[in-house]
Design a protein around this ligand. Structure first.
Ligand code: NAG
Ligand code: NAG
Ligand code: NAG
Ligand code: NAG
Ligand code: NAG
Ligand code: NAG
Ligand code: NAG
Length: 472
């Protein structure tokens, strides 16, 4: 039977964990963490499988008192049950979750997360899971990535405009903030923090009576969908963060034909993303000086869109927070690996994939549009590996050499857009407007811009979508 209400949360959780098979049916759920094999790699020893699993965030769970009354009400708490931290900790029990119903499935080294799941009442409900990587010891795995790299495969083909499939790091406590009021800790997904300093009902799993935020360093390795992606460090002090961050998004950098379905990084198929945290002395003890992004697809290494590589080597917006040096210290002490899938009913995820950030219209990220067209929208992360620089992938073979005439085309995109052309000409839609050695007309017809097309030509766009279909 359920433990009496006089037991502290500590004893209650232990009791729940010990008697899961004796719970009253339908009133509580055992917490069974889905296994997700990950790999730690060294240059000398190769990659070694880790006994890891994922745990769903604390806020997604049912918390109730001994009479099965919910401790939470409409975004806050029932103040009779939870007048203060100690009483709340004594009165409340937190439940396990059904991971399948929460949109989470794993198989070997692969994790799939769904935005929507069929509802028992018909239709769909938005489940939008957020998960943390848990070690066999019941604490979060702390990834120490300063001077190291992280690689994973991702399949974003089923994530349309408006979705945000994320794999990122936050500097959470490895025990989820477990204390005398919160003995469930990391095993029940407590302790979330990030660089938006979220104000949560529970802070570190303990009632947040004064509604204070919980700021921590956040390293967004991937926030993306099939149309756009961003790599963004967000450094923090104890009480404030670089909330906007200094992101790297190929589309926002002007490379409109680099990332997307059928493009150079073809998001209609899985690909590998490697992110390297480079230090000034090349070792994990050095200061973080740059972050490099690499892509491999079909075993072939994909050259960066920009000459010099996709690299973040300065972060002006973070100067008040110690910039990359702060992030390097967080990566040295260790950060928790987080997976999530989001939609955005307020802003339609325009910050990620619309306007100057991506090709999506400002409205197609409306969750009701996504639900109508893509109720099965999901993201799959697999083969997560971290360790010495160069140890997590075979590197990918070099791409075939491009035709000699196009070798420097990529770097000339910006030039072709901005260079002034003879004023007497106007190029027509789809006409060439730039490129290596091109000296012809570069003036765009009204309503069009000159955009990188492929390694052979540049052309005027009619519409972004038709333009992209043409070059596929
Ligand atoms: C709060 O909890 C008390 C005690 O279990 C219960 O009687 C009351 O109905 C709850 N209030 C709400 C708003 O759920
Ligand atoms: C978990 O949820 C899935 C999907 O809703 C359901 O099929 C399954 O029976 C549930 N498992 C348990 C143990 O209740
Ligand atoms: C993804 O986008 C949503 C909506 O803007 C945002 O709430 C969420 O924090 C983003 N993910 C990460 C990892 O920041
Ligand atoms: C969260 O808990 C950890 C571990 O107990 C602690 O180090 C950290 O200061 C706590 N953070 C907050 C904001 O309570
Ligand atoms: C909020 O409460 C916590 C713990 O009770 C305390 O450490 C913190 O200083 C408080 N913050 C504010 C802004 O009052
Ligand atoms: C061509 O692309 C530019 C930049 O993306 C956009 O502002 C313009 O509206 C497009 N032209 C047409 C006709 O769609
Ligand atoms: C965070 C967010 O905006 N989530 C929304 C996802 O879409 C569903 C509807 O499909 C909304 O209810 C959620 O609020």
């Amino acid at each position: 039977m359920a433990p009496s209400g006089t037991l502290p949360l500590a004893a209650a959780i232990l009791a729940l964990a010990g008697i899961v098979t004796a719970q009253q049916p339908g009133t509580s759920t055992p917490e069974v963490h889905p296994k997700l094999t990950t790999y730690q790699c060294t240059t000398s020893g190769g990659c070694v499988a880790q006994d890891t699993s994922v745990v769903l965030d604390w806020n997604y769970r049912w918390m109730h008192d001994a009479n099965y009354n919910s401790c939470t009400v409409n975004g806050g708490v029932n103040t009779t049950i939870c007048p203060d931290e100690a009483t709340c900790g004594t009165n409340c029990f937190i439940e396990g979750v059904n991971y399948t119903a929460s949109g989470v499935t794993t198989s070997g080294s692969s994790l799939t997360m769904n935005q929507y799941m069929p509802a028992t009442t018909g239709g769909y409900s938005s489940v939008s899971p957020r998960l943390y990587l848990l070690g066999a010891d019941g604490n979060y795995v702390l990834l120490q990535l300063n001077g190291k790299e992280l690689s994973f495969d991702v399949d974003l083909s089923a994530l349309p405009c408006g979705e945000n499939g994320s794999l990122y790091l936050s500097q959470m406590a490895d025990n989820g903030g477990a204390n005398q009021y919160n003995t469930a800790g990391a095993n029940y997904g407590s302790g979330y923090c990030d660089a938006q300093c979220p104000v949560q009902t529970w802070k570190n799993g303990t009632l947040n009576t004064n509604h204070s935020g919980y700021c921590c360093n956040e390293m967004d390795i991937l926030e993306g969908n099939s149309e756009a992606n961003a790599l963004t460090p967000h450094s923090c002090t104890a009480t404030a963060c670089d909330s906007s961050g200094c992101g790297l998004n190929p589309y926002a950098s002007g490379f409109h034909s680099y990332y997307g379905p059928g493009l150079t990084v073809d998001t209609s198929k899985p690909f590998t993303i490697t992110t390297q945290f480079n230090t000034d002395n090349g070792s994990p003890s050095g200061n973080l000086v740059s972050i490099t992004r690499k892509y491999i697809q079909n075993g072939v290494s994909i050259p960066s869109a920009q000459s010099g590589g996709d690299i973040i080597s300065s972060c002006p917006s973070a100067s008040a927070y110690g910039g990359l040096t702060t992030m390097g210290k967080a990566l040295t002490s260790g950060m928790v690996l987080i997976f999530s899938i989001w939609n955005d009913s307020g802003g339609y995820m325009n910050w990620l994939d619309s306007g100057s950030s991506g090709p999506c219209s400002s409205t197609e990220g409306n969750p009701s549009t996504i639900l109508a067209n893509n109720p099965g929208t999901h993201v799959t992360f697999s083969n997560i590996k971290w360790g010495d620089i160069g140890s997590t992938t075979s590197g990918g073979s070099s791409p075939p050499p491009p035709p000699a005439s196009s070798t420097t085309l990529r770097t000339s995109t910006t030039t072709s857009k901005t260079s002034t052309a003879p004023p007497s000409c106007t190029q027509t839609h789809w006409g060439q407007c730039g490129g290596n050695g091109y000296t012809g007309c570069k003036t765009c017809a009204s309503g069009t811009t000159c955009q990188y097309s492929n390694d052979c030509e540049y052309s005027m766009n009619i519409s972004k979508r038709r333009f992209r279909i043409l070059i596929m």
